[in-house]
Design a protein around this ligand. Structure first.
Ligand code: PLP
Length: 385
């Protein structure tokens, strides 16, 4: 049994013929930037998400910074981000000269805590050094953030919401889809994300016509009437035609069965692991797309030994994330205190992500679970002595 952490080879072998045809179609068309496959993808994704506009771009990081740039976020602005996420969420804020304000996360969902968020907003207002502007919510590991409460807070303090759904494409809350929350939303098509291509790619979603036209200009060198009429300083950030063609095939598989299949994997995991380790809680009304399936152990020592134990049986596992953002050297100058981040610090020590993808079969799930249970029972025996 060769267990993959995220199996892209099984998916390719199932859709090999369609994917190859899509790629060859682009090669034969001679059109490698823009064109029908990109338009088709933007159309399909915006109607799936139920947003007026989908604007594809080079990757999920560019997607975030294009929105922030279009909103004129820069020096003197405060942007609130969860302290437990991939680096890029906060990196883009600093890159634009604004200040990321890290917010602790919720113990059960690992997403931004609305209580901690309101506290941080008030701290920034009290200090009067920065202007609160945007909340970047992250739908971590495939689970949507707590938009009911976050939206109330954003309205109360007149802040914009940017939904970073890089890990949650296809997820829902009461039927409403990821990338449809907030004033704008972004996603990533990095290969290991829920909907991935075979390279880098990203997209932005919004109902705002003006935002859409600014982003379309920014992503092509600040174009005006055309690429050679430049009305602002922009970047070059486009989704390749070949990647769009691949995504058009993979999107069908994603909608037709992959979202259901990965949820079935989740159900099997929890029915075998429940009671042995802390499993991710999916609150009522939410449906995750499980970019990661992350369990929680009692201590760092238990987590590290379980990771080591699993590796002896060739079961891959990963730690997302080893450090909360405020511990990253790149953010050291912000001088944030550990006292503000008890949950993210504890999570970074105790969390472990297990193999998770729609093509994981029952034998593999049972094998992984049995090894975890074996490990926990050994721990209990040692502790019981
Ligand atoms: C992957 C990821 C990004 C960045 O996406 P890229 O396509 O790799 O640039 C941003 N935010 C989160 C939460 C991510 O997981």
């Amino acid at each position: 049994m060769e267990i993959e952490f995220r199996d892209l080879k099984k998916q390719y072998s199932k859709y090999e013929k369609d994917i190859n045809e899509a790629i060859f179609g682009v090669l034969k068309s001679g059109e490698f930037i823009g064109g029908d496959p990109v338009n088709e993808l933007e159309h399909n994704l915006s109607s799936f998400v139920e947003k007026k506009h989908c604007i594809t771009c080079g990757n999920g990081t560019d997607a975030l910074s294009l929105v922030l740039r279009a909103w004129n976020i820069g020096i003197g602005d405060a942007v609130f981000v969860p302290n437990f996420t991939f680096f890029a969420t906060a990196e883009v804020v600093s890159l634009l000269g604004a200040t990321p304000i890290f917010v602790d996360v919720d113990e059960d969902t690992y997403n931004i805590s609305s209580t901690a968020l309101e506290k941080k907003i008030n701290e920034v207002l009290f200090e009067r050094k920065l202007k609160p502007k945007v909340i970047i919510t992250v739908d971590l590991f495939g689970l949507l953030a707590d938009y009911d409460n976050i939206t109330k807070i954003a309205t109360k303090y007149s802040l914009k919401i940017l939904e970073d759904a890089a890990q949650a494409f296809g997820a829902t809350y009461n039927g409403k889809k990821a990338c449809s929350f907030g004033d704008a939303a972004t996603t990533s098509f990095f290969p290991a994300k829920p909907l991935g291509c075979y390279g880098d790619g990203g997209a932005i979603f919004t109902d705002d016509d003006q935002l859409k036209s600014i982003i379309e200009s920014l992503k092509v060198h600040g174009k005006g009437r055309d690429k050679y009429d430049n009305v602002r300083i922009g970047v070059n950030s486009r989704l390749d035609t070949i990647q769009a063609a691949i995504l058009n095939v993979k999107f069908q598989a994603f909608v037709n069965h992959e979202i259901d299949d990965i949820n079935a994997v989740y159900e099997k995991y929890i029915s075998s692991l429940n009671g042995y380790v802390q499993i991710p809680k999916i609150p009522k009304g939410f449906k995750s797309t499980f970019a990661q399936f992350s369990i929680k152990l009692k201590s760092k020592r238990d987590r590290d030994s379980l990771k080591n134990y699993l590796s002896k049986f060739n079961i891959p596992s990963q730690v997302y994330y080893k450090k909360p953002l405020h511990h990253q050297e790149a953010f050291a100058s912000l001088k944030n205190s550990d006292l503000d981040y008890p949950v993210s610090i504890s999570l970074s020590k105790r969390i472990l992500s297990l193999p998770m993808h729609p093509y994981l079969n029952t034998d593999e799930i049972l094998f992984i679970s049995s090894k975890i249970i074996e490990f926990i029972k050994k721990l209990e025996n040692i502790e019981g002595e």
